[in-house]
Structures are given as C-alpha cells and as structure tokens.
Write a protein that binds this ligand. Structure first.
Ligand code: SF4
Ligand code: SF4
Length: 186
C-alpha cells in the first residue's frame, strides 16, 4: 500500500534554493572529508585495487568440458540451446571423425549479454559438457561482440571446473578468483 507524503509548501527562502544548495554542499563536503580520512565503516570497495572474495557458493560463467584426449565433450545435441530461455546459445554441428561420436560443435557461442545465468543449459546437457562452475565473473567489455563467449574461450575455462575433465570431482577453491575475459568468436 502506498505511503502518503505531506508536501511542505515552499517559502521564499526554499524557492531561492540558496539554503538548500548550501545544505547539499555541506553534506557532500562532510562525506568527502569522512571518506578522505579513511573511516573504517566505509562500505565502498576500491575496485580494482581491492576485491571482495567470492562466497564458496559462487559458480561463475560457463565452460565447456573436455574428454580425456582433450577433445570437446559436447556432441552438439542442441539440448542446451533448446532449453535456453534466453535463446543465447548458437551451435553449428559437424560430423565427428570418430564413428562412435556422431557430432561435435564447430561453433559454440554464448551471448553473455542475453544470458540470464539460469543454469538450464547445464541441467539439460546429457554428457556434462557444459558447466557453470568456472568461478569466473563475467567482466564488462568495451564492445557487445566481446561478450560473446566462443568455443575456444569456453574450452580454456575447462581447467577451472570443479570436475576433473571426465567428470570426477576434484577440490577447487574459487574464493577471490577473478579472471580476465577473452573472446574468440568460434
Ligand atoms: S544459463 Fe540460462 S540463459 Fe544462460 S545460456 Fe544457460 S540456459 Fe541460456
Ligand atoms: S553442451 Fe551438452 S546439451 Fe549442449 S549441445 Fe553440447 S552435449 Fe548437447
């Protein structure tokens, strides 16, 4: 329910703004001096010099896992892109040279600007090929194009996974991890 606000009828002094401007300047000056002389209760983090540690539950952006031979695990089944509510996964499939593996992605691209980090893609994946446990924060970039995570970029992050490539768990801490973001557009 809305809250009623009683508006003050402005008098001449208030309408001249002089007193109000002086009050504003005093407030800003007080805050500036307080920040300058390093009060301990300031909540602002001086990024990028200071960085907050991520909580252990932080998972991070997507990665593509690898088989034991280093090849991409993804079999280009399109289940992740079908499940994706933001429609931000683009996969182009090709025939695999190994007859036991039907397909692999020649292009695998996630538009991180459209992604809502819901995790449906990793839930849908039948072979643990796409995971969201890199511990890497999606960084701002200068162009929209650089927010497209391509196959090479996603495979590079495989070593960040809490799973050893092949699916076994290995201990891994993401606390405080923050890594650069590169884009390869493949
Ligand atoms: S996290 Fe959600 S929105 Fe992002 S790529 Fe996966 S399914 Fe799509
Ligand atoms: S990442 Fe998984 S769900 Fe997506 S296409 Fe590859 S194998 Fe299929």
């Amino acid at each position: 329910m809305g809250k009623l606000v009683n508006r003050i009828e402005p008098d001449f002094l208030m309408q001249s703004y002089l007193v109000e401007v002086a009050k504003g300047v005093a407030l800003v000056t007080r805050q500036f001096a307080r920040n300058l002389f390093g009060r301990k209760d300031i909540v602002t983090v001086q990024y990028p010099e200071d960085r907050r540690a991520y909580t252990p539950r932080f998972r991070g952006k997507h990665l593509l896992t690898k088989r034991d031979d280093g090849d991409v695990r993804c079999v280009a089944c399109m289940l992740c892109s079908t499940a994706c509510p933001a429609n931000c996964i683009t996969i182009v499939a090709s025939e695999h040279r190994n007859n036991d593996i039907e397909k692999f992605p020649t292009t695998f691209e996630i538009d991180l600007l459209k992604c809502i980090y819901c995790g449906f893609c990793e839930e849908a994946c039948p072979c643990d090929a796409i995971r969201m446990d890199s511990g890497v924060h999606t960084l701002p970039t200068m162009t929209r194009r650089d927010q497209k995570a391509g196959k090479i970029n996603l495979l590079e992050l495989a070593k960040q996974s809490t799973a050893a490539q092949g699916g076994e768990f290995r201990a891994h801490s993401h606390a405080g991890a923050q890594h650069g973001q590169s884009s390869d557009h493949h």
